[in-house]
Design a protein around this ligand. Structure first.
Ligand SMILES: NC(=O)c1ccc[n+]([C@@H]2O[C@H](COP(=O)([O-])OP(=O)(O)OC[C@H]3O[C@@H](n4cnc5c(N)ncnc54)[C@H](O)[C@@H]3O)[C@@H](O)[C@H]2O)c1
Ligand SMILES: O=C(O)CC[C@@H](O)C(=O)O
Length: 389
């Protein structure tokens, strides 16, 4: 029986992928084999010795100590693209909100008083304050052309916008999915200088934290609309408020409320609802649950952010051994020697590395003795060993 600890509200459609005769699933479990979570922060969580996998029912993994998990040989899975449409739709809504001053106009309309005629008279007198702009011919700058950025870029093209995008590590898949005519920028600064509306779709990392700061905003076009549905830490809120107050920026629409932004007329800060649709929550939960289940049951790895992708159909007549280790010479030799010294035959094996980590799946004709497994566990460089019967 595998034990899966849940943090946050994980869609039941996802949890249903874990058959209860083989998986105990609860938010109360003490010694979990795996956790499933959304935005809960794991940085201060005391990682139990039993933990074998982390499944993030979402895209961003900045709430998870990925490096510390790697050091323990624990793969972290996420749900790439599973909420991209939900975020894209909210980003488009944000762009329309900003272009047409919908929030301040609505707030003004709430203040109208008197009978219908009086309200109409005030509305007609004041509506010029809310004159907006149209999107065709305007330039959208997209920073980060992954699952969400590509969707947003393509939708903006369909709305008649010019689109300029920056992503130094764009994948072949994203490049294929991008509409023709999206101009390639070579830096964030180039995007800032060219765009009327800038939207951010990068993960929060040491490289992207504080990416949009005072000097980048100073170099932006006059009247910039900035959209941030990525992460709070990517934008310096105080710099945004300063640029808005100085009249250099038109508005900031984001998914991350903060004390600095609260109450500002030109800011709309939503409560992190980018992925809050039933569809996205189901897609993410299903994907993360399937990945965690597959790993626990077979050792196969799909959509991990720290481990190589490795899928080996089951072969042989005995145990499956999986080993996560430091990516240094002679680890594979030591693994196969340990199996050979136990007098067992390897039916099939697959080894892949990613950065400092390597992962092997070894199908064996027979049952691995406990002392062999223990010796492998103690081998220098070995991070995690599992035997799947
Ligand atoms: N508001 C929400 O609820 C919500 C929902 C989903 C995702 N997100 C956030 O959005 C981020 C992006 O999501 P995604 O699904 O598109 O992820 P993704 O991994 O598909 O795309 C991220 C892209 O950013 C690029 N990138 C990384 N560093 C960059 C840099 N310095 N400059 C330019 N590009 C860079 C990567 O190459 C990649 O193509 C997530 O990491 C998450 O933090 C927020
Ligand atoms: O689970 C959520 O609601 C937010 C998820 C989102 O921030 C993500 O990175 O996918």
């Amino acid at each position: 029986m595998f034990k899966v600890l849940t943090f946050n509200n994980i869609s039941a459609r996802g949890l249903d992928r874990l058959p209860r005769e083989r998986f105990e699933v609860s938010s109360e479990i003490q010694q979990p084999d795996a956790v499933l979570l959304r935005s809960a922060k794991l940085h201060d969580w005391a990682v139990p010795e039993t933990l074998k996998a982390v499944g993030r029912a979402g895209a961003g993994v900045n709430n998870i100590p990925v490096e510390a998990m790697s050091e323990r040989g624990i793969p972290v899975f996420n749900a790439p693209g599973a909420n991209a449409n939900a975020v894209k739709e909210l980003v488009l809504a944000a762009m329309f909100l900003a272009a047409r001053n919908i929030c301040p106009a609505w707030a003004f309309a709430q203040t109208l008083e008197g009978d219908d005629a009086a309200m109409n008279k005030q509305a007609e007198a004041e509506k010029k304050r809310f004159t907006g702009f149209e999107l065709p011919g305007r330039t959208l700058g997209v920073v980060g052309l992954g699952a969400i950025g590509v969707n947003v870029a393509n939708a903006a093209k369909a709305l008649g916008m010019n689109v300029i995008g920056y992503d130094p590590q764009i994948t072949v898949r994203s490049a294929w999915n991008l509409e023709a005519g999206v101009r390639r920028a070579h830096s964030v600064d180039e995007v800032m200088a060219a765009a009327d509306v800038v939207t951010l779709h990068v993960p929060e990392t040491d490289d992207t934290r504080g990416m949009i700061n005072g000097s980048r905003l100073a170099a932006a076009r006059e009247g910039l609309v900035l959209l941030n549905f990525a992460r709070a830490g990517i934008v310096d809120d105080n710099a945004v408020v300063a640029a808005l107050d100085a009249g250099r920026m038109r508005s900031y629409v984001c998914d991350f409320p903060s004390a600095a932004l609260k109450g500002h007329d030109a800011v709309v800060a939503l409560p992190h609802i980018g992925a809050s649709t039933n569809e996205a929550q189901e897609n993410c939960a299903i994907m993360a649950a399937d990945e965690v289940r597959d790993f626990l049951e077979t050792g196969n790895i799909m959509n991990s952010v720290n481990f190589p992708e490795l899928v080996l159909p089951r072969n042989g007549s005995g145990d499956r051994l999986t080993v996560a280790n430091a990516n240094v010479p002679n680890m594979l030799g030591q693994i196969s020697s340990a199996v050979a010294e136990a007098g067992l035959n390897i039916a099939d094996m697959y080894n892949k590395s990613r950065g400092d980590l390597a992962y092997s799946v070894v199908d064996i004709d027979g049952k691995l003795p406990g002392d062999v497994v223990e010796r492998l566990r103690q081998t220098e460089g070995v991070l995690a060993v599992r035997v799947i019967e």
